[in-house]
Ligand binder design. Sequence first.
Ligand code: ATP
Ligand code: MG
Length: 270
Amino acid sequence: MSSPSSDSDAVGVVGDAGRVTVEGVSQRYGSGKDRVTALGPVDLDVEPGSFLVLVGASGCGKSTLLRLLAGFEQPAEGRVTVSGEAPVPGVSAGVVFQQPRLFPWRTVGGNIDLALKYAKVPKAERAERREGLLHRVGLEGTADRRIWEISGGQQQRVAIARALAADTPLFLLDEPFAALDALTRERLQEDVRRVSAETGRTTVFVTHSADEAAFLGSRIVVLTRRPGRVALDLSADLPRSGIDSEELRRSGEYNRLRAEVGRAVKAAAA
Ligand SMILES: Nc1ncnc2c1ncn2[C@@H]1O[C@H](COP(=O)(O)OP(=O)(O)OP(=O)(O)O)[C@@H](O)[C@H]1O
Ligand SMILES: [Mg+2]
């Protein structure tokens, strides 16, 4: 075994599996007088398997940071790593967006199969993997349904299953429940927390909502207005075992955390 210091330059070492690091990262768009600094500088070190919620006002750079973590774009400055390496689109992270972005002419199962195919799962194994993924998101037996036949909440469940199709260390969600009604949103919040814990993926979830952040996060990071920087970084140790979601939402700890995050989001946006 080598010492931690000698591991720090190594890539893909076991201890780094699922770790996300963001070092001095800034992002800019446009050029000349249209140049905008959207984000940063930001530093973050995200523990493998943790559930990080990013909160901040509209336009503060939350989606920008998520795209950098997914490897969809490169930072103007600084460095992002996932499991010790630069993120690779489709390999490092499964991503869920605000809209499900499914193929409407394919069935539920057809949408999942396509993701399994891109993930290079052998054809013979796809049916079993597909059923396992649908079961994980509470959609067992729906593989033959058409996308337009299922509700918005169910479509978002398919999008979650699709994001889990490849065996990625990272699970990213960008305001995935913003378009859903309150009851559906609460159910999906519970399910996404369970899925994240069951699959052991490091999860980064973006939201505007202090309630959602307090309910979901094992760590909550509030960003300032543009260019987004870390305004507050909290570890949220709410009691979770032996307590159901309703009890958690009624608890003093949850309500204090929710109020603290709400105040920080307002102050950071000012
Ligand atoms: N490709 C781009 N080209 C130019 N400007 C961009 C681009 N992407 C983002 N921006 C700008 O960068 C800033 C941050 O955008 P971003 O989408 O990351 O914010 P956000 O926090 O996700 O906002 P929202 O909560 O509204 O989704 C905004 O001012 C946005 O207009
Ligand atoms: Mg956004």
